[in-house]
Design a protein around this ligand. Structure first.
Ligand SMILES: [Mg+2]
Length: 179
């Protein structure tokens, strides 16, 4: 079994990291609480006049490297490896890639070791990547092709409308093995 794992929102806690950075930079304006998140892209949950501020946060040096792991995600990856699965990281960098790309690698190295970075696949179009399952918090993963993987959406307030083939939390990912 080949499992493609999205990085942000699946392994790295982008959502909480964003709120932490926002509070530090804009102490006068509360960030949108996780339970109130509706749009997949953070910036779309903010009014138009604040969107440049939102994008500046995750384009800043240190943002991606400093993200905390999503609870249970590191353990789940180790369990997948122990079960003999081929695990790859399938991640789409932001357009302001200068810090994002290298820091994504650094993040993976920090949590899984240097050799694990060989498992990274950076693609803006995940439909071009083959696998059995794609675990992704994006409610709709579209691209140039019909994907060969099945999509398991990692449950989040902003993806409740998703029609993915499965919905999991890190506590329940093993349900995929029965499909
Ligand atoms: Mg994601």
């Amino acid at each position: 079994m080949l499992i493609l794992l999205d990085q942000d929102g699946v392994l790295a806690d982008f959502d909480e990291g964003f709120r932490r950075a926002w509070r530090a930079r804009h102490p006068d304006h509360s960030p949108v609480a996780r339970a109130q998140r509706r749009a997949f892209r953070v910036r779309d949950d903010y009014p138009a006049e604040r969107r440049a501020d939102v994008e500046r946060i995750y384009a800043s040096p240190g943002f991606f490297r400093g993200l905390e792991p999503v609870a249970g995600s590191i353990e789940a990856v180790r369990e997948m490896l122990a079960l003999g699965f081929d695990v790859r990281i399938c991640t789409a960098p932001i357009d302001d890639y200068q810090h994002c790309v290298v820091e994504k690698y650094q993040w993976i190295e920090h949590h899984f070791g240097r050799l694990f970075t060989r498992r990274m696949i950076l693609s803006k179009d995940k439909t071009l990547v083959a696998g059995d399952w794609l675990i992704d918090d994006n409610p709709v993963v579209k691209g140039a092709r019909v994907p060969v993987w099945r999509h398991a959406v990692l449950d989040a307030p902003y993806n409740v409308e998703s029609t993915a083939q499965a919905r999991i939390r890190w506590e329940t990912w093993r349900e995929l093995l029965e499909r």
